[in-house]
Design a protein around this ligand. Structure first.
Ligand code: ATP
Length: 239
């Protein structure tokens, strides 16, 4: 059974149909990337899975269980964490406080467990440990992105969905971030990654799907997509 399955999922914003029937699977332990140009519906796909926009048709199954009619807070509790585009960290809270907030979906977490979780995040993100007492607003873009991912991981998700994590980051930071993504997967978290940076995304992913104006057009192993002429022309700079 796939960890996540979308069957013919549609989604609307008013009269605009953003998803026109998306079917995809994510197996446990995979890194799956969703590629596509601006406005193709990548963010909407993640928002529909996490219940932030209501799907208007089709089915979404998580561990075989239908989740498309559940409220967002129930979906996060089942083990799906969503790190949206734009980071949204709390500027007036410290790095440690921001990380701890990621566990707020978990019931009965003791102080010791919370502390252990934060220490685990510091092991993955040494820069955040150095900055543990710094306030959110004082962090660079790359540090904020790492913090957003750490906060998402504190929910102990079975599935981590990342929306454009590399957006606006310097190339060296993007490299670091993608190595963290590999590391997170090796610790047992399945990842659904939305990216404009198709080269980087296909380098870490097992499989990928290409979305064009609300429809999936191409899917396959990352290595197949890297050598697919259409994908190369449209998303890999034609090289
Ligand atoms: P981007 O990377 O630019 O966010 P995307 O592939 O993630 O692109 P979506 O943000 O999912 O695309 O947008 C899909 C379609 O839905 C677009 O036509 C967009 O204009 C529309 N759309 C997105 N959000 C809204 C909204 N809140 N209200 C109305 N239309 C929206």
């Amino acid at each position: 059974m796939p960890l996540l399955e979308l069957r013919n999922v549609t989604s609307h914003y008013g009269n605009v149909q953003a998803l026109k029937g998306i079917s995809l699977t994510v197996e446990k332990g995979e890194i799956i990337t969703l590629l596509g140009s601006n406005g193709a519906g990548k963010s909407t796909t993640l928002r529909t899975i996490s219940g932030l926009v209501p799907g208007s048709g089709g089915e979404i199954l998580f561990e075989g269980r239908p989740i498309h009619n559940l409220p967002a807070e129930d979906i996060v509790r089942l083990g799906i964490a969503h790190v949206p585009e734009g980071r949204r960290i709390f500027p007036g809270l410290t790095v440690t406080e921001n990380i701890m907030l990621g566990a707020s979906n978990r019931k009965h977490v003791s102080k010791a467990e919370l502390r252990a979780g934060v220490d685990e995040m510091f092991a993955i993100f040494p820069d955040l440990q150095r900055l543990s007492k710094a306030l959110g607003w004082s962090l660079s873009g790359g540090q904020q992105q790492m913090l957003a991912v750490a906060r998402g991981l504190m929910a102990r998700p079975a599935l981590l969905m990342l929306d454009e994590p590399s957006l606006g980051l310097a190339p060296i930071i993007v490299q670091q971030l993608f190595s963290v993504i590999r590391d997170i997967r090796s610790r047992g978290t399945t990842i659904l990654l939305v990216e404009q940076n198709a080269n980087m995304a296909l380098a870490v992913a097992d499989r990928g799907y290409v979305l064009e104006t609300g429809t999936l057009t191409v899917s396959g192993r990352a290595s197949e997509l890297l050598s697919n002429e259409e994908v190369r022309a449209a998303y890999l700079g034609g090289r």
